[in-house]
Design a protein around this ligand. Sequence first.
Ligand code: ATP
Length: 753
Amino acid sequence: MRNHPDYMQEEERLIFTKVYMDTVIHAQQLDQQALQKRQTETVEALEFQDSSLKYQEMLTHSNFMRMSKQQLENLIRLRKKPYFARIDYQPKDKTDKTKEEIFYIGKVSLFDRETQQPVILDWRSPLANVYYEGRIGQVEYEAHGEIYEGYVSLKRQYSIEDGELLEFRDIDITTKDDLLQQSLSQSTDHRLNEIVATIQEEQNRVIRADLSKPIIVQGAAGSGKTTIALHRVSYFLYSLQHIFHPEQMLILAPNRLFINYMKEVLPELGVEKARSTTFADYVQLVTQHPFNVRSQHETLMDMLERPKEHRKLQMVAQIKGGSSFQQVLDCYIQRLEQAFCVEEDLKIADFRIKNGKKIKRMFLQDFTYLPFYQRKEKIRQILRKDVRQKQRLLLDKITQKYDDAVEDAIYSIRDQDKRKRRVTFLLEQKELKLQQIKKEAKSAVSNYMKKYPNDSLISIFKNLYQNNDTFHVVFSPFLQEDKRTVLQQHTSRGLRHNRIDAEDLATLLYLQAILFGVHNDYKAKKVVIDEAQDYSYMEFVSLKTALGTELFTIVGDLAQGIYQYRGLSSWEELLHNVFTKSNYLTLQKTYRTTMEIMGEANEILQQIDGDLPQAEPVVRHGEAPIFLSMLEEGWAERIMHVYASLQEEGFRTFAIIGKTKRECQLIYETLHPFFPKTLCILQEGKEMEQEKLVILPVYLSKGLEFDCVFLMNINEWYEDNELDLKLLYVAMTRPLHRLYYIGMDRQMFINAK
Ligand SMILES: Nc1ncnc2c1ncn2[C@@H]1O[C@H](COP(=O)(O)OP(=O)(O)OP(=O)(O)O)[C@@H](O)[C@H]1O
């Protein structure tokens, strides 16, 4: 590299950038000290009776401080690797070669305060797109709705570590992506990486796809779906930073373990403030339901461990998750709506305050943008206002009426006694009437509102299954009698024990959204759903209804659909019925594993019914998967030996994957005497420990990756059926570098072949 003609120039540029960053860091530190000082002074000057304005001032200071602290931390972190690439770009309108500009691309932008020229260009900026798209030559990019054309004469990648330039290389049409190769050959440390330097063209297209539309991405195992979805959030926040805030992003992941794993990458991408949760936790937060939930993982385990007993469970899950269930719920909601169609006039002392038809119209037409119970509240407010206004009029009218009558009596009745009696009577009547109006006005609205239903979400949910009449009317048009019976019996039995199925969560969320609404704090402007193939149709529908946004980034792989009994079998249904404006994209290339491992995984994929495309591994070779037979004497010692030598080679994360939880327990008991210190069973929600030999069932391994994976079978092997093949495919696509099979017979893994 030192012989390269540009070497000195590159060295100087790096030194210049670091010096510039130091200046900015120093200035920021001074700013921060000044802010800190002001804050201290404000606090000291604060007196007990001080106005809220002063507190406001303090708050503003502390917000400034927080912002600047964050910027400062970013800068200090970035100083170690200020940029990763360069492009030499000449805009089309400038033919003079000397007008060629050099841009250094890094994780965040840095501008020269005087010239406003970028010292570092943010990877998310429009111009940086030309680094990711295509190669050298004519290019164009879009910014602020306009297309800019130009010419890229050089693309250069840098390896910089701890502020030192280690290497740089130019990329052109023929060069293979060395930086990518280098990055993929590294070993993992149980965290998802940020990949801004090596984002590939098809991935870049996903990241930058129209931000105003939902997107659905079908991507092979290891194609970077999770990583790319998070980079898209980062890009979204950068591009629309004036409109959206990170707190308005919601990332839904399959389990808490996965959230921990994924969260590591968020700070690097500047999206650490995005909320991340699981679907079940989200529904719990929004609905505050009191039930124990039978998770889909439990159902899956039961199906695998006791298949015959659990056919019914599978069927029930299918019904509750499927698209016709939305019709069932809509039919139920329609029935509920009837009870809200109150049509009686609102009266006070026989005077009509509001026409019943108008009240009904408010519910059925004027406020349909609100959930039922919020419409009810709106009507209550309007009726209260009406009563307040009309009460005054009414009181005046009554007073006038009786005063006129008194006047009339005074002038028209000659007999003094008679006149007196009449006047007294009229005045008493007037007082009585006025009192009656005042009294009735006080309670008129609350009495009227009693005509509306006042049920809780939980009672409404229970009623769907426990009220025979409702159940029959609502389900009959959509479900045959035998299925209805199973569904009702199963759900009612669960409810008696305060237990619901994972698939009931979508029902709860849907009913909550339509009947009660979702608190603004729990809504989101942009949603990312990872492992989307495991979501049921109803889960998507309920999320879209509840969150009040179309901006979903949905990534998944149908080939890994191990919850197929409830999940999606194709993206069509979603594209046609739920997210109709979506862009649909695919990621075919896979980056995680070697060609040798992916080759075997692809063979499994071919055996699964359906049109599942083969994953195309990027060219990276490694050892072919190896079978370790448990029938051979000293098999456990052999595993110990393999494990030790893999550690010596520098690999850091290891997993033993079993088919079920029960199998994992058996593996643990079998292997524990040989690995007393390093072996552990992974629990959901717990952190993954470094340098341990982690045993986990396939369903928990989904989305994760390890340097080396041992697939082990003792009692439960993979059969030739779709579910088992998908489980096997998921397990086989977890390693980055090495795959081993451990069992009695190699056919136990690929029996189907
Ligand atoms: N462009 C890239 N440059 C470097 N590494 C990449 C790139 N794309 C993906 N990777 C790496 O490939 C691996 C797989 O990525 P990721 O877990 O996001 O894939 P996935 O499609 O979500 O996989 P799965 O379907 O198995 O959950 C990760 O180690 C990621 O860092």
